[in-house]
Design a protein around this ligand. Structure first.
Ligand code: 1CP
Length: 383
């Protein structure tokens, strides 16, 4: 296994990261923008629902296979190796902010990593995605889970955060993240990706005591892990509840909401801005708001104007372009970007994003055009 001292880890990643710092400044338009300055501050100001000179934009999965730089890294390193080597994770995290005029970086990692120190045997197989060899199927499995010490067992993520922060040097804010308790539980129980979440819902209904013990253990671990990310330099955090949209509103309230709330309340107490994202969440917006988050992430299946109205203007919103819009011709992409910005109506507290992650087949030029279109169309006098 290659290490940080290896030819690729040491030279290439470290060197490229150093070059990245200058390039990030250039991408920010050469303005003297700090993480709180006129351009660099857009994202954090929007988290607080303050006026900005343009709508901030970043993209879920902005690091990944659609970028040739990322594919080059992946040719030499396994996915988990990238995540576990701070210099390589920092390099992957910086690639998109060097290439595009994005308003935030996100640490390169994966939501499933905290499951490993808890006792789950995780692998990413090429093509098939995540596989957990010893999934949770009973109360005994839940009781066997170990509490985690993120500063030791996930120290590589915290180091990657510190490295990215150093390279960004205050020019852009950095987002930390974790999976929400429900979504992590679904992977732990299914043993991988799922369509219908039958095993997850079966445990929820058959063994509610085991379910609640599992979600309590996950929420404690995630709250601690996100606090450690903020202490290491993450300026804001996103909680990914990618699959909670498979639940009815009543089941969401009973089986998922209290645990997401534990995590999001802990962030609020620490003064760490949080984004609460759930895909396919049209039936859950009011309940998601109740769970917490300064900003609620919307996917494209809800109209942004309607979604924001339902959530209430006392929260920000993030989203919500269909990732497939990036596969459309330039004019059509621009029209769709403008439609999302029009739905937000220039109201402070909108962070432009996709409704879910960037698709691997996305052309790099479309991402560049999207970011430019967001800034140009939303430009307004500096506050
Ligand atoms: O190179 C590769 O083949 C790995 C592909 C990949 C990447 C680039 C995976 C595997 N994870 C990641 C990075 C990642 N994952 C980030 C990095 C930061 C960025 O956004 O740039 C983030 C935030 C995640 C979060 C993540 N992982 C989520 C939540 C977001 C979402 O898409 O809903 C989920 C569900 C995962 C699990 C996961 N990781 C990877 C795969 C293939 C999967 C399974 C997805 C599924 O079940 O369909």
């Amino acid at each position: 296994m290659a290490s940080a001292e290896g030819p690729a880890g040491g030279d290439t990643a470290g060197g490229a990261a150093a070059v990245g710092a200058a390039a990030v400044g250039a991408a920010a338009g050469g303005s003297v923008a700090g993480a709180e300055g006129p351009a660099g501050g857009r994202f954090l100001r929007a988290c607080r629902r303050e006026e900005t000179d343009a709508t901030p934009v970043w993209l879920m999965r902005q690091a990944g296979r659609y970028m040739p730089e990322y594919r080059a890294l992946r040719e030499r390193h396994g996915f988990l190796e990238l995540c576990r080597t701070p210099e390589l994770a920092a390099e992957a995290s910086l690639q998109p902010v060097r290439a595009f005029d994005l308003d935030a970086a996100i640490v390169f990692s994966d939501i499933l990593l905290p499951l490993v120190p808890m006792g789950l045997d995780l692998e990413f197989s090429e093509g098939a995605g995540p596989v957990i060899r010893n999934p949770i199927r009973s109360e005994a499995d839940v009781l066997a889970l170990r509490p985690i010490e993120p500063r030791e067992e996930l120290g590589f993520v915290l180091e990657a955060i510190a490295l990215v922060k150093r390279e960004l040097a205050g020019r852009l804010p950095l987002i930390g993240f974790a999976g929400a308790p429900f979504t992590l539980a679904s992977y732990a129980i299914e043993g991988g990706s799922s369509r219908d979440f039958a095993k997850t819902k079966s445990l929820m209904h058959r063994a509610p005591r085991a379910w609640h013990a599992l979600l309590a253990a996950l929420s404690a671990a995630i709250a601690d892990y996100l606090a450690a990310q903020a202490a290491s330099g993450a300026d804001a955090v996103q909680l990914f509840d990618s699959w909670a949209g498979c639940l009815s509103p009543a089941d969401y309230r009973e089986y998922a909401l209290p645990y997401s709330k534990l995590v999001l309340d802990a962030m609020a107490r620490r003064g760490v801005p949080s984004i609460h994202f759930c895909a396919d969440s049209g039936g859950l917006l009011e309940a998601m708001k109740e769970a917490g988050g300064d900003v609620i992430g919307l996917d494209w299946r809800v109209d942004l104007a309607e979604g924001w109205k339902r959530i209430g203007y006392d929260r920000g919103v993030q989203g919500n372009l269909d990732p497939a819009a990036l596969l459309a011709p330039a004019g059509e992409l621009e029209r769709r970007v403008r439609a999302v910005l029009d739905a937000a109506g220039g109201r402070p507290g909108h962070i432009f994003n996709l409704g879910h992650g960037v698709l691997p087949e996305t052309p790099v030029d479309s991402v560049r055009a999207l970011v430019e279109a967001v800034h140009e169309y939303s430009r307004r006098p500096a506050p």
